[in-house]
Design a protein around this ligand. Structure first.
Ligand SMILES: [Zn+2]
Length: 94
C-alpha cells in the first residue's frame, strides 16, 4: 500500500501539497482508505467525509484516523486504484 505524498484537502481547485500526517479510513465490514491529511486539514477533511457519507458517496462506517507512521505496520484493505480513483477524487469534489 503506497500512500499519497500530499494531503487530500483541496479548496477552490487549490490542492494542499503538505505531506500528510494522518490517514483517514472508514470501517464498514472492511476498512476503506478514504484520504490523507496534513496537521492543518484534519478537521475540514473529517467534516467533508461526514458529508460524503450522508450522500452515500463513500461507505457509511466508523471513521478511523491513524498517524501515517502507524499505518505502515497495519494492513489496509483495498487497492491503490480504488483509493486514488474513487474516494480521494470524491474528497476533492465540491
Ligand atoms: Zn493539508
Amino acid at each position: 500500500m503506497i500512500l499519497p505524498k500530499k494531503c487530500s484537502f483541496s479548496n477552490d481547485s487549490v490542492q494542499c501539497d503538505i505531506p500528510p500526517s494522518y490517514v483517514l479510513s472508514v470501517i464498514e465490514n472492511e476498512e476503506y482508505l478514504i484520504g490523507v491529511s496534513c496537521l492543518d486539514h484534519l478537521e475540514p477533511i473529517k467534516s467533508k467525509i461526514r458529508k460524503l457519507q450522508k450522500t452515500k458517496s463513500i461507505p457509511d462506517g466508523r471513521l478511523k484516523i491513524d498517524n501515517v507512521k502507524m499505518v505502515s505496520t497495519n494492513c489496509i484493505k483495498g487497492s491503490p486504484e480504488d483509493y486514488e480513483d474513487v474516494y480521494s477524487q470524491r474528497l476533492r469534489e465540491k
